[in-house]
Design a protein around this ligand. Structure first.
Ligand code: MRU
Length: 350
């Protein structure tokens, strides 16, 4: 099994290429982004999705803006400032987007005295570092999380927190991949994940490619399987974790956590430290993206609801910290009470 089999993002000398996650698994196509505006559109339109992947894509968007300034011989600032605004506004919930932009901003500020032509390669190098560090973080949190799973386990996951949602290996799926690498017998139960079907289209695709046993279920089947004793653990990723351990993740995560507690099944969250937003005391402050209602009414060309019917499409929900058994990060596994354990993780050097 290779963790680099899926190149979610790749730099091709002059542009960022992204797997088009809207058309998987029918087609494996790449979308080329040659400007910050094209990267922002790709994030908004879900060409690239998943918290770490959109953060990394945004970092390349900033590098592209700096390269454009250098090409035109114009002041970097005039290109970078609008690029930061555009990229930051692309999606609101995953804090990794803001985290990556703040890191690019800090790097730019550190280079402030340099001339435009030398800023661009430095910012490109920083985006590449973000990409490499995310992969390394996933491998490490995967290794740490794998030790929480028994030798043989049926693991339920929701959405896609895999190689496609990151720069490789994945967070929730990284834990599963690492467990399989350690010789554990893992069977993944993948929620379909309505309405955008990240589980059916993306998680099922990447696990099948890696030869990891995966069984797809309708989201509504999870409670029944738990009641039959057929789920041993739940592992999900996260888009933002508040200082108290409240977790924003794909819509439908919260009911899974409630069900898991009802059936005494461990509920784990796997994410890099970059997903923790220590500026928020709890999940109430996390902005929840409401996406276009059309995503609920159909998918691609298919529609299944009567035209004109009202629909709502909140894309994420908040799982209270009290339902989370452990937060698996590259700096260690945090356990309740999360206020103290998360603060301890953050104070550890990365
Ligand atoms: O709307 P999406 O597909 O970007 O939502 C993705 C998720 O909710 C993932 O679980 C989360 O970003 C973690 S990805 C490692």
């Amino acid at each position: 099994m290779s963790t680099s089999a899926v190149a979610t993002l790749r730099w091709n000398e002059v542009a960022l290429e992204l797997i088009d996650q809207r058309v998987l698994p029918q087609r494996l196509d790449y979308v080329r982004c040659g400007s910050a505006a094209e990267v922002a559109a790709a994030i908004r339109d879900m060409v690239v999705r998943g918290a770490p992947a959109i953060g990394c894509a945004a970092a390349y968007g900033i590098a592209l803006a700096a390269l454009e300034a250098a090409r035109r011989g114009e002041a970097v600032e005039g290109h970078l400032l609008p690029a930061f605004d555009l990229l930051a506004a692309a999606r609101p919930t995953a804090v990794n987007l803001r985290w990556a932009l703040e890191r690019m901003h800090a790097r730019w500020r550190a280079l402030a005295t340099a001339a435009a032509p030398s800023v661009a390669p430095e910012l490109l190098a920083e985006a590449m570092r973000i990409q490499a560090e995310d992969l390394a973080a996933n491998r490490e949190l995967g290794r740490l999380g794998a030790s929480l799973l028994p030798q043989s386990a049926r693991v339920l996951t929701h959405c896609n927190a895999g190689a496609l949602a990151t720069t490789g290996h994945g967070t929730a799926l990284g834990v599963i991949r690492s467990a399989v690498e350690q010789g554990k017998q893992i069977e993944v139960i993948a929620d379909e994940t309505r309405p955008f079907l990240q589980g059916a289209r993306l998680t099922a695709w990447e696990l099948q490619r890696d030869g990891i046993a995966v069984t797809l279920i309708a989201d509504s089947a999870a409670g029944y399987l738990m009641s039959l004793g057929q789920i041993d653990a739940v592992i999900v990723g996260a888009d933002r974790v508040a200082a108290n351990g409240d977790v924003a993740n794909k819509i439908g995560t919260y009911p899974l956590a409630v069900l898991a507690q009802r059936h005494a099944i461990p509920f784990y969250v796997a994410c890099p430290v970059a997903t923790i937003d220590a500026t928020l005391a709890d999940g109430a402050g996390i902005p929840i993206e409401e996406r276009c209602a059309k995503e609920v009414l159909g998918f691609a060309q298919a529609t299944w609801a009567p035209s004109g019917v009202a629909a709502r499409n909140p894309a994420f929900d908040i799982t209270p910290a009290e339902l989370v058994c452990a937060l698996i990060t590259e700096r260690g596994v945090a356990r309740p009470p999360f206020g103290a354990s998360i603060a301890a993780l953050l104070s550890r050097s990365g």
